[in-house]
Design a protein around this ligand. Structure first.
Ligand code: SF4
Length: 91
């Protein structure tokens, strides 16, 4: 079944907003950490995060919601400024 244009727009999630169905993460070996000094605000991390765990925060810098982040580190790989590092999750 083909969706009408308006229906397709409604299906598309908004970038930087948490997915309503996303569950909090309780198992994560590594987590990303943004180096704001190196960040160029190109927002590739916001766009590529599969869990919409990164949004635009204070002063336009990306901010990670660790309740949604599953530690896939796609943001680290996609950042052209290498402004995202990974660190061991301490529980
Ligand atoms: S590690 Fe994965 S889930 Fe977590 S913020 Fe980066 S891209 Fe999103």
């Amino acid at each position: 079944m083909m969706l009408k244009t308006e229906e397709m727009k409604q299906e598309k999630p908004q970038l930087g907003r948490p997915i309503a169905a996303a569950k909090p993460i309780d198992v994560r070996a590594m987590k990303p950490k943004i180096n704001l000094g190196a960040c160029e605000k190109n927002y590739d991390c916001v766009v590529f995060c599969p869990r919409n765990a990164i949004s635009v925060g204070q002063k336009g810098f990306p901010a990670i919601n660790y309740d949604l982040c599953d530690g896939c580190l796609i943001c680290l790989r996609e950042c052209p400024a290498s402004a995202i590092a990974n660190e061991r999750e301490l529980k």
